[in-house]
Design a protein around this ligand. Structure first.
Ligand SMILES: Cc1cc2nc3c(=O)[nH]c(=O)nc-3n(C[C@H](O)[C@H](O)[C@H](O)COP(=O)(O)OP(=O)(O)OC[C@H]3O[C@@H](n4cnc5c(N)ncnc54)[C@H](O)[C@@H]3O)c2cc1C
Length: 474
């Protein structure tokens, strides 16, 4: 009896707490990855007085936090206007080629032409970029920046979070947005959230959806791509040991309000958590079960994954040597037997179970291409080295669900559009929860760029809308 009274007392205290807090904001952002935190910072920088970030997990950062952290962008530093325009043209061409007839050109142009600004924006918050630019995998050209911190994704989140907190942005953890509320004129008036088993309502004229993709939601992804069933792990949950926060919530909430969805069948799968040790083009080769190359390792993810899907068990080997810059996962991959080390080609061939002469011929032929700078078999044209200095590192790779190109349709102001192309008043979206920027396949390093560019835009436009709505001007 005493225990029951105590429990009831605690419950009442909670309800009273929920009721006594002011739940009225200018802008509410759902999701605390790169897109959400960029939006929150930008909203506060653009005059929104009360900004709230809702995060369903107990920590910040979503996929951004665990990402490798390459950010493809233009540079204006020491570059003539002519060269700047030429780089912009090449980047747009790359995006268009991979989009394969899909992708919204206005959104692509915005991403490309504002990419240099976001590099400077993050630097102004104290982020230190590496001096070198890299050609990240599927980046098609050397234009990828990365934070100089050991864990780049973590650095983007902590930098944005610090800036957001200094601007007075509030963050609520373990608070899952469930439903967007609209008023009689169909404009956004707030959100219903689930927090500590309670349903709580928050008010705001602007809601920014930044909930990431839907790759971690097997039912949702396989509705659009039937073969992507539960056998495929995700790059955010590679060994099926944890959970993946990419559950498609923002897309579902937007769709309930009549938002248009675009390119939902465009989901990227990539080799990532197996034998691959490098994140840039030119230092490794992929070979099949016979020890023969089968693809240009510098091509798009779509081309690489299509080639891997044709191999038995959809598996290949990845080989690099002591000269490459290996990522932070090297030690754990070796420790867990995912990557093996060999001092000779013969030893490596034995470990892989392939014919040693075939493997030696593959490496010799590849190294002759590396010396000439052109791959006569598959057209690779980016080589950072030959693969001939032991120890060799090799391991099996498979495909992981990585990135959703599809999602909520937006315009250049990050406004969410309905099926008629009309903005839903007060609803904005940014990052992987949106679609239409990349089309069929995404240029390497362009997701985080997308999050920064459109997150920043959503915050700016959303803040402006909120201030006008509060003054009854819209
Ligand atoms: C291992 C890995 C490496 C990668 N490397 C790169 C790279 O080098 N370069 C690159 O460009 N891209 C890379 N990517 C892709 C890139 O990291 C993501 O596409 C990008 O970070 C997505 O950012 P986001 O802000 O849209 O979503 P996220 O960072 O995923 O954030 C979304 C947040 O929303 C929260 N959320 C979801 N639903 C709700 C809800 N209902 N209520 C409240 N909160 C909710 C989630 O918990 C999450 O914290 C990588 C991805 C992975 C997994």
């Amino acid at each position: 009896m005493k225990r029951r009274k105590l429990l009831l007392g605690l419950l009442a205290a909670k309800v009273a707490y929920a009721g006594s807090v002011d739940h009225s904001y200018d802008v509410i952002v759902v999701g605390s990855g790169a897109a959400g935190l960029s939006a929150a910072v930008s909203a506060a920088e653009n005059g929104a007085r009360r900004v709230l970030v809702l995060e369903k997990e107990t920590t910040l950062g979503g996929h951004t936090m665990v990402s490798t952290g390459y950010v493809s962008a233009l540079s204006r530093k020491n570059v003539s206007q002519k060269d700047y325009e030429a780089s912009a043209h090449t980047m747009l061409e790359g995006m268009r080629r991979l989009a394969d007839g899909r992708g919204n050109e206005a959104l692509q142009r915005k991403l490309v032409y504002e990419s240099a600004d976001i590099i400077e924006w993050l630097a102004s918050m104290g982020l230190r970029w590496e001096d070198n630019v890299f050609q990240t995998l599927a980046g098609l050209a050397p234009r990828s920046y990365i934070s100089s911190a050991v864990r780049a994704g973590y650095d983007y989140i902590t930098t944005l979070n610090k800036r957001a907190r200094s601007l007075g942005v509030e963050v609520r953890f373990s608070t899952r947005a469930m439903q967007i509320k609209t008023g009689s004129d169909n404009r956004i008036v707030g959100l219903v959230v689930q927090s500590e088993s309670q349903s709580v309502e928050f008010e705001a004229p602007t809601v920014i959806l930044a909930t990431g993709g839907y790759g971690g939601n097997v039912a949702m992804r396989s509705r659009y791509v039937p073969w992507l069933d539960a056998r495929y792990p995700t790059t955010a949950n590679p060994y099926f040991t944890g959970t993946d926060c990419a559950t498609g919530d923002g897309i579902k909430m937007g769709a309930q309000l009549g938002a248009a969805l675009v390119d939902m069948d465009c989901i990227m799968v990539i080799p990532f958590w197996g034998g691959r040790l490098t994140d840039y083009v030119g230092a490794d080769i992929y070979v099949d079960a016979q020890g023969r190359r089968f693809v240009n390792e510098g091509s798009s993810w779509n081309e690489i994954s299509t080639a891997i899907r044709k191999l038995p068990n959809e598996q290949c080997w990845v080989i690099t040597d002591s000269q490459s810059i290996q990522g932070a996962s090297r030690s754990s991959k070796i420790m867990n037997g995912i990557v093996s080390v060999a001092n000779t080609v013969e030893e490596m061939a034995a470990g892989m179970g392939v014919d040693k002469n075939t493997l030696r011929q593959t490496l010799e032929r590849y190294n002759s291409f590396a010396r000439k700078g052109i791959d006569e078999d598959f057209g690779k044209n980016m080589f950072t080295q030959e693969i001939n200095k032991p120890p060799y590192f090799y391991g099996k790779e498979r495909l992981y669900v990585h990135y959703c190109c599809g999602g909520l349709r937006i315009d250049e102001h990050a406004r969410v559009l309905n099926a008629q192309g009309i903005p839903i008043g007060g609803l904005y979206a940014a990052g992987e929860t949106t679609g239409g920027v990349h089309g069929k396949d995404r240029l390497g390093g362009c997701s985080i760029t997308d999050c920064f560019v459109f997150g920043r835009e959503a915050g700016k436009s959303g803040a402006r809308y909120a201030l006008q709505a509060k003054a009854n001007l819209v």
